[in-house]
Design a protein around this ligand. Sequence first.
Ligand code: ADP
Length: 288
Amino acid sequence: MRIVLLGAPGSGKGTQAQRLAERTGIPQISTGDLLRAAVARGTELGIKAKAAMDEGRLVDDALVLGMIRERLAEPDTRAGFILDGFPRNLVQAAALDGLLAELKQPLDAVVQFEVDRAELVKRISGRRTCADCACVFNVLTSPPTGAAAICPRTGAPHRLIQRADDNEATVAERLRVYEEKTRPLIAFYQSRGLLRAIDAEGQVDAVTERLGVALGLAPRPAAAARKGAAAKRPPRRKPARPARRRRPAARAEKRRPAPKKVPARAARKKRAGGPRTRKPPARRRARR
Ligand code: ADP
């Protein structure tokens, strides 16, 4: 599965990409995460990218494309990839097309996350990331609680940090840049027949479910019934399971019809089965 998650900052692409990667084993490739890692390591790329990131602008296309080209050459992407935050403008989308054509790995789908602007601002201001495991939380809408409050890397509570660019001024610029540069990608992918839009508001689990349905991963019975497409599946699946369990015994009987041993074994089995069928009433009596 080779997919692109498209959406404004704060639309939940990162959270859903993480979940999708866990569920499918396909790597999440987040250009934002790769750039932040480069900044933290102080590499040449990081130094060049930092100013644009701090101001909420897009990092130079050549830098991002070089980074993506390298990442897509890694062996784990043979099984597919989930692009999160890339492409972000038409130049990047065209370059991705060319690169994937070279690799003979065309995209399967582009999922667009639809969220209201007011909701985006609320989400970004509450967003926190664990410094150890990189899990994303929202202290306003989905704080880490219960077992989820423990970091799987350290075994201690998550060390939540706020991203440097999640401040009011930068957020406004990032949203403006999204409208100007990234939104045109919706029409770009629509014209290629790849676009699938989902409502990305509401509970995180509900969005995960919608994303799964959009990608044809695990249609819920209710969703399938609504569409009518998978309505035939449940009746076919349900009788198939018990039939499979019964089949070996039935086949065994069929395979050995001639020898006299079979009736003898069957008789033994029947005899052996006798007490077993009598046990449950005894247990029931005992409980009373
Ligand atoms: P968000 O989607 O919330 O803005 P990201 O983590 O995807 O967060 O990106 C953070 C910043 O990294 C962006 O504001 C931008 O400066 C830079 N960036 C990420 N991806 C790209 C990209 N594909 N092209 C250019 N800049 C990018």
